[in-house]
Design a protein around this ligand. Structure first.
Ligand code: IMP
Length: 201
């Protein structure tokens, strides 16, 4: 049986403020105290995995071991069908050391010039790890299309160019609660909660 989170402190194993904010919002009902790997000054492990799930495990296990607390990590990214699934696990790296996502979105658009297929999806793998090395992973996905030019200033990363199927607004234009209702992160989160969490009433 899957191990359940017993309440108390939980480390969000990310140095990405956009992800930390979304995970804290999604976790609001479940964890009494949430802190981040960034706030604790934990090192960022190298993401050497070939898949989102492997990288999420690496980050969650490192943060749980270093903090002595249960840790939740997210590894996620954008897969563009006409680019053979790239940038995928390299989605963050495309923005360079300055984390310039205007540049990253432009690079993808330049590569897509001439392609009629604008299909893309986000994937999110969540890993929940304990200091003793136990770890569970859960994956979520949302499908949509890429638009150009970017629209909206909400969210983070590639949100301004992604429109989920059945919607008109980009993730960058949506209210956070609307993105949370359909995002890849929310989808993975629902699976995590069903397996490992009980609401703190
Ligand atoms: P990593 O998981 O830290 O390797 O980084 C994932 C990267 O994927 C982020 O830096 C964003 O560029 C992108 N990404 C993941 N989730 C989202 C999302 O919800 N919206 C927009 N971009 C995202």
């Amino acid at each position: 049986m899957t191990r359940r989170f017993a309440g108390g402190s939980l480390v969000i194993a990310t140095h990405n403020p956009g992800k930390a904010r979304e995970i804290a919002e999604l976790l609001a009902l479940f964890a009494a105290e949430v802190t981040t790997a960034g706030a604790l000054g934990l090192d960022e492990p190298e993401e050497t995995g070939a898949t989102f799930a492997e990288n999420a495990r690496i980050k969650a296990l490192a943060a749980a071991k270093d903090s002595g607390l249960p840790a939740l990590a997210d590894d996620s990214g954008l897969e563009v069908r006409a680019l053979g699934g790239r940038p995928g696990v390299r989605s963050a790296r495309l923005a360079g050391p300055a984390k310039d996502f205007a540049l990253a979105m432009r690079q993808i658009e330049d590569k897509l010039k001439g392609s009629l297929d604008r299909s893309a999806n986000f994937i999110c793998a969540l890993a929940l790890a304990w200091p003793d090395g136990y770890c569970e992973t859960f994956e979520g996905r949302v499908d949509g299309v890429l638009v150009w030019p970017p629209r909206g200033t909400r969210g983070f990363g590639y949100d301004p160019v992604f429109v989920a199927h059945g919607h008109a607004l980009t993730f960058g234009e949506m209210a956070p609660e609307d993105k949370h209702a359909l995002s890849h992160r929310a989808c993975a989160f629902r699976k995590l909660v069903a397996a490992c969490f009980e609401p703190a009433l």
